[in-house]
Ligand binder design. Structure first.
Ligand code: ATP
Ligand code: MG
Length: 293
């Protein structure tokens, strides 16, 4: 007869809390450089490679991720924070094989959360941790508070740049504020809308030259995405180029980017947990909360 201890061991499931989740914020500074394009296609490519992916749509502007994916979400993360909905009710399944969480665009919501709401959000995300390997956060243009918050809470910050002076100056401004005021020291640069092979590496060198002169940061070239008419077509069709035109140059580049992202390390211990993302998202947003507790 099996002892009760043996039964416990046999039926033990891995604790969903503590399961590492890779969290990648996609930023860029300037509007229209391709943050959402990179987010949705990276999510699709990682999902196609067998990863369980959730995309947190941190930009509820006009051309946001749900529009790219042809989704019509009814609720956002704000409904989870207010307790009106559970995270499961807010999550939308994208046909590309990953999940989407429409996020509240207002960082103010995070800053004014009570301790109970904060705990609710941490719990909501920790239940998600058992179901995902990677979380991608698509952020808004500029250096709005929400962009900085999402970036500083993530493990990896991707900066999307393209070959336009305004893109480089805006990306520089973003890297500067994240490194000086938010403790982000490493950035992974994706060159988008590249017109000739190798142009991305060249653009990266130019960007690195300026940042190395003035800022204490480590930049890493994460790859280039070519300018591709098929990509524009896929946006019009509300599909990702990766699933709609898998053999076109942009789709192949996203496949490479996904393979590279898969090698980025997930911090060991609590720093690799999704709860840590929420903790950081909330803590930095509301320093006064800490002071009164
Ligand atoms: N590699 C590419 N090749 C061709 N067109 C591209 C490429 N990347 C982006 N685009 C075009 O640029 C448009 C803007 O891209 P996207 O919406 O991803 O930028 P964004 O940085 O998210 O903008 P926003 O700041 O408004 O959120 C897309 O609709 C698409 O048509
Ligand atoms: Mg966008």
């Amino acid at each position: 007869m099996a002892s009760p201890e043996l039964n416990v061991i046999k039926n033990a499931k891995p604790d969903p809390r503590g399961q590492p989740v890779q969290v990648i914020a996609v930023t860029g500074g300037k509007g229209g450089v391709g943050k959402t394009t990179v987010s949705v296609n990276l999510a699709t490519a990682l999902a196609a490679a067998g990863k369980r992916v959730v995309l947190l749509d941190g930009d509820l502007g006009l051309a946001n991720a749900d529009v790219f994916l042809g989704l019509s979400p009814r609720y956002t993360l704000a409904h989870v924070m207010s307790g009106e909905r559970t995270l499961d009710e807010v999550v939308v399944q994208a046909p590309q094989g990953f999940q989407v969480i429409p996020a509240a665009s207002g960082a103010a919501d995070l800053a004014t959360m009570s301790a109970a709401e904060h705990l609710g959000l941490v719990q909501a995300f920790s239940s998600l941790a058992a179901k995902v390997d990677v979380m991608i956060v698509d952020t808004a243009a500029g250096i709005a508070h929400s962009v900085l918050q999402f970036s500083q809470a993530s493990q990896h910050v991707v900066v999307v740049v393209c070959d336009e002076p305004a893109s480089l100056t805006d990306a520089y401004a973003l890297v500067k504020v994240l490194s000086r005021n938010h403790g982000v020291g490493r950035f992974r640069v994706v060159a988008n809308q590249v017109r000739a092979p190798g142009g991305g590496a060249e653009l990266f060198r130019r960007f690195e030259l300026v940042t190395a002169r003035f800022l204490e940061v480590v930049l890493e070239f994460a790859g280039e995405i070519p300018e591709d008419e098929y990509l524009r077509r896929s946006v019009r069709e509300q599909r990702t180029v990766f699933e709609a035109y898998p053999s076109c140059p942009a789709a192949r580049a996203f496949k490479k980017l996904a393979a590279r992202a898969d090698t980025w390390p997930v911090p060991a211990g609590p720093r690799g947990n999704i709860e840590f993302f929420v903790e950081r998202l909330v803590r930095r947003a509301a320093p006064r909360l800490e002071a009164v507790q």
